[in-house]
Design a protein around this ligand. Structure first.
Ligand code: F6P
Length: 545
């Protein structure tokens, strides 16, 4: 049996971690900091412009050594090499996983099936840049000769979350004369509210779909085409108001979009890893090609750091291993991502697909059922808003919730005193979570005895703090790639395929079966379970009332 096929919980490092956990779980962060006054400086890592303070985790140096041994036993080094070599590590779909090629410099060579893909990647980036410049300058005209003032991206999942997250994150850098909208939901409300105040003669739709068959996207795309043609009349107008981003030229053509206006990408780019591909076209139009390329450079810097840094000094590896530590040894079920920056308001939503669609799996690579926990649930909101809603539970609830705090030392919108107040709150929250407030401290403040337990904070609640100088396109690229590679690290330890998503298929297939049952004029023969049959009948009866 090779080291790689050893079941995770049978590995020597796993067993050592189980033993080690018994000593750690009773230690309090207060003691760990008291024992080592330099802990905050020592358990921190600065690389490529990101500073990770991981000292407020329930770990010692031994924990990190053992977790690194676990990564070595799991063959993480070989898996990273296989990933970057373009091997078909997405075995259930027979695909390479090469989102790193999307941000590699022009002079690099990355091979897929014996072909260097970098020239194609840059050819598409150049085509996107030329188009983005045309739209931004007003040279790209609508059918009636007016300039484009509104850009609507229609896509869902990876064809929506990346662009919308990054657009919001980099809004400061965007052309404020352009109105950007993102439509994803099949609920008609999403489309109607997005176009309510737009003029079709000044609107460009980007239909973003890797497959170009996704129900939600194609339904919204058809509604958009109808809406445009109602005003513009002529089918020819589609060419001036619709472009496509896809791997499926045949379907794009069938829809009526000229393939000259199609921006392609490749099957070795997973949907949730595609924001650097042409799926980022709407973002590039908003922020301009130069900023987009700066973002790619940030991604690439993190790729290189992940590929080359030793595990104990490797940001994504450390973060991935800490997630394993809490999920598998402490039984933590969720991770909160708490960006202290309003521009990152969609970052947690973006991370939900990245992390949970990647690692929400109960089958190992070799098809066996898994007897340990895999991906935690990721969730979060920007600080300080979350403090006034769910932080109560993080501080005094019965669940252990590891938190990632993210902050920037410089604000893009300096109106005194906001930024210092924002950052004071970030630092205060991780301090309160780690150290809490003892009953003695509460009593010393004059609290009556009966109230003391209510006002006591046990602390010992773990967090990472990620600090960067400023939210720039480059920093955003580094941050996203940090989580991408952390997800990969977790998947390798858990022995799963982080790059397929079979779990979304069943619901799609069942919906396709139910659609005609809702649409048929006559009462359909329903052969579902009793609950589903009853719900369908009730819906059919009530919708026309
Ligand atoms: O349903 C899940 C999914 O397949 C995601 O993985 C993907 O990002 C999304 O749907 C959209 O797919 P497409 O880009 O092909 O429309």
């Amino acid at each position: 049996m090779s080291t790689n096929s050893v079941y995770l919980t049978q590995r020597p490092a796993w067993k050592a971690l189980e033993e080690h956990y018994l000593t750690i779980h009773s230690s309090h962060l207060r003691e760990l900091f008291a024992d080592n006054p330099q802990r905050g400086e020592q358990l921190a890592l600065e690389a490529i412009g990101l500073y990770l303070d991981y000292s407020k985790n329930r770990i010692t140096k031994t924990t990190i050594e053992l977790l690194v041994s676990l990564a070595e036993e799991a063959g993480l080094r070989e898996r990273i090499d296989a990933l970057f070599r373009g091997e078909k590590i997405n075995i259930t779909e027979g695909r390479a996983v090469l989102h790193m090629a999307l941000r590699a410099p022009r002079d690099q060579a990355i091979m897929v099936d014996g072909v260097n893909v970098i020239p194609e990647v840059h050819a598409v980036l150049d085509k996107m840049a030329a188009f983005a410049d045309q739209v931004r300058s007003g040279d790209w005209k609508g059918y009636t000769g007016k300039r484009i003032r509104n850009v609507v991206n229609i896509g869902i999942g990876g064809s929506d979350l990346g662009p919308v997250m990054a657009y919001e994150a980099l809004r400061y850098y965007s052309d404020h004369n352009l109105t950007m909208r993102f439509v994803s939901n099949i609920d008609g409300t999403d489309f109607i509210e997005a176009i309510r105040d737009l003029d079709p003669t000044e609107t460009l739709f980007i239909i973003s779909s890797k497959t170009f068959t996704t129900l939600e996207t194609m339904t919204n795309a058809r509604s958009a085409r109808d809406w445009c043609l109602r005003v513009l009349g002529d089918q020819q107008a589609v060419a001036r108001h619709f472009v496509a981003v896809s791997t499926n030229a045949a379907e794009v053509e069938k829809f009526g979009i000229d393939t000259a206006n199609m921006f392609e990408f490749w099957d070795w780019v997973g949907g949730r890893y595609s924001m650097d591909a042409a799926i980022g076209l709407s973002l590039m139009i908003a922020i301009g090609p130069e900023h987009f390329r700066a973002m790619l450079a940030g991604f690439h810097a993190m790729d290189e750091h992940f590929r080359t840094a030793p595990f104990e000094r490797n940001l994504p590896v450390l973060m991935g291993l800490l997630t394993v530590w809490y999920s598998n040894f402490f039984g933590a079920e969720t991770t909160a991502v708490l960006p202290y920056d309003q521009y990152l308001k969609r970052f947690p939503a973006y991370l939900q697909q990245l992390t949970m669609e990647s690692n929400g799996k109960y089958i190992t690579l070799d098809g066996s059922p898994i007897g340990y926990q895999t991906s935690p649930i990721y969730w979060g909101e920007p600080g300080t808003n979350g403090q006034h809603s769910f932080y109560q539970l993080i501080h005094q609830g019965t669940k252990l919730i590891p938190c990632d705090f993210i902050g920037f030392c410089q604000t893009l919108n300096p109106i005194s005193p906001h930024h210092d107040l924002l950052m004071a709150n970030l630092f205060a929250q991780s301090e309160a979570l780690a150290f809490g407030k003892t009953a003695e401290e509460v009593k010393a403040g004059g609290t009556e005895d009966w109230l003391v337990p209510h006002r006591t904070f046990v602390g010992n609640r773990p967090s990472n703090t990620i600090l960067a100088e400023r939210l720039t396109p480059e920093t955003l690229g580094k941050l996203v790639a940090l989580y991408e590679h952390s997800v990969f690290t977790q998947g390798v330890i858990w022995q799963i395929n982080s790059f397929d998503q079979w779990g979304v298929e069943l619901g799609k297939a069942l919906a396709n079966r139910i659609i005609p049952e809702l649409q048929s004029a006559d009462d359909p023969q329903l052969t579902h379970d009793n609950s589903t049959n009853t719900l369908i009948r009730r819906y059919r009866a009530m919708r026309s009332k």
